[in-house]
Design a protein around this ligand. Structure first.
Ligand SMILES: *Cc1c(COP(=O)(O)O)cnc(C)c1O
Length: 368
């Protein structure tokens, strides 16, 4: 028997969440963001789960090529563009849309002979100060790109720093939208602004946020960028991480558990050992109290997470035994809750799922 730890990917939930994104932004086309191995879900699997998306967006050109070779014929977008001039011919060959965020990329496009036209997303830095042209230099960058014969459509793009919080004290979506409109004023072309946060808040922002293309990531995987819960937004988990109890210990007051003896029992309790550790992608810094579900009962982590195992409090779980089913996150335990307890975000947990964890597909509610 293999180790009882596996991740179940719910393709039906991926489809459902994509439909939720459509209902939030009904007039926009959707780039389903599949960077980082589709947030840990697997690229080919995401291609099937998001088959009805209008395009797929990711980071690496070789993965974009892999999607083409796997049969994805709709648009593809490289969110950070290309990293070297030698990648440009691949864009043309495979019809891959690229972001252009800096003048060096413009120069590489100017010096490369394009045998087939390519579409680009020109990126504006509207306050995030990561990638993109400043609003004041944007029109000039646009003009240079427009002058390159091999460039076909130019879509205007920016990215929100605080899409999870409408009234951020330092920088709001509205501030960024204002800068974007100003910087791209009068330039022809489609527009793409929203990540999941923007999509989820589309109804609050109304017409001020008009997107031809939206770029949801985390919401398609049943997480949120922060703020309200995924459940509030009608999103379903797409990844359930499950394992089993592989050992038990009865301890008494004063006994400690695990490395560093960090947890000390205040009374008699049953400790269960779960086959899942930080080498599987479970966060080592998850503290005592992080939620875990055993045989359908919510309980907590105790002691330090070790490489291949972790320990949980089985005291509230009646009839717990070796072989009891454990849910680490997903169906029955929102990943955002686990992440928050561990001081991180659901994105990081999904992306960090280790290669050694067996992955299978199945609907929610199945015991996977
Ligand atoms: C990752 C990313 C997204 C998706 O962000 P989510 O918060 O996961 O929705 C959208 N646009 C760009 C440019 C990104 O890098």
């Amino acid at each position: 028997m293999p180790r009882p730890l596996f991740a179940t990917i719910h393709l039906d939930s991926m489809q459902h969440n994509l439909a939720q994104a459509r209902s939030c932004a009904p007039y926009a086309r959707i780039w389903a963001v599949v960077k980082a191995n589709a947030y840990g879900h697997g690229l080919e699997r995401a291609m099937r789960g998001f088959a009805t998306a209008d395009g797929l967006a990711l980071i690496e050109v070789d993965y974009a090529v892999r999607l083409r070779e796997s049969g994805w014929i709709k648009p593809l977008l490289l969110l950070e563009g290309f990293f070297d001039a030698s990648d440009v011919p691949l864009l043309a060959e495979h019809n891959i849309n690229t972001a252009v965020h800096c003048i060096e990329q413009v120069k590489m496009l100017e010096y490369t002979q394009l045998y087939r036209p390519i579409d680009v997303h020109l990126k504006m830095n509207t306050g995030m100060n990561r990638l993109g042209f400043q609003p004041g230099e944007y029109a000039a960058a646009y003009a240079r790109l427009r002058a390159i014969p091999g460039i076909r459509n130019i879509t205007h793009m920016t990215h929100f720093a605080n899409a999870d919080e409408l009234e951020h004290p330092r920088l709001t979506i509205a501030d960024q939208v204002r800068r974007f409109q100003h910087g791209a004023d009068g330039l022809p072309g489609e527009r793409s602004l929203s990540n999941s946060g923007g999509v989820l808040h589309q109804s609050d922002l109304g017409d001020s946020l008009s997107n031809d293309w939206v770029r949801p990531g985390i919401m398609l995987y049943g997480g949120t960028p922060g703020g309200r819960s995924a459940q509030d937004f009608g999103l379903l988990p797409t990844m359930t991480l499950r394992s089993e109890i592989i050992g038990m210990q009865e301890i008494v007051a004063g006994d400690t558990v695990g490395y560093g003896s960090r947890f000390e029992a205040s009374g008699p309790m049953t400790v269960g050992v779960v086959a899942c550790g930080y080498a599987d992608g479970y966060p080592r810094h998850a503290p005592h109290g992080t939620p875990v579900v055993v045989d359908g009962v919510r309980t907590t982590l105790v002691g330090r997470v070790s490489m291949d195992m972790m320990t949980v409090d089985l005291t509230p779980v009646r009839n717990a035994r070796v072989g009891s089913k454990v849910t680490l996150w997903g169906d029955g335990l929102p990943i955002d809750e686990v992440a928050q307890s561990a001081g991180t975000i659901g994105y990081e947990l999904m992306c960090a799922l280790a290669g050694r964890v067996r992955v299978q597909e199945g609907p929610m509610g199945s015991d996977g």
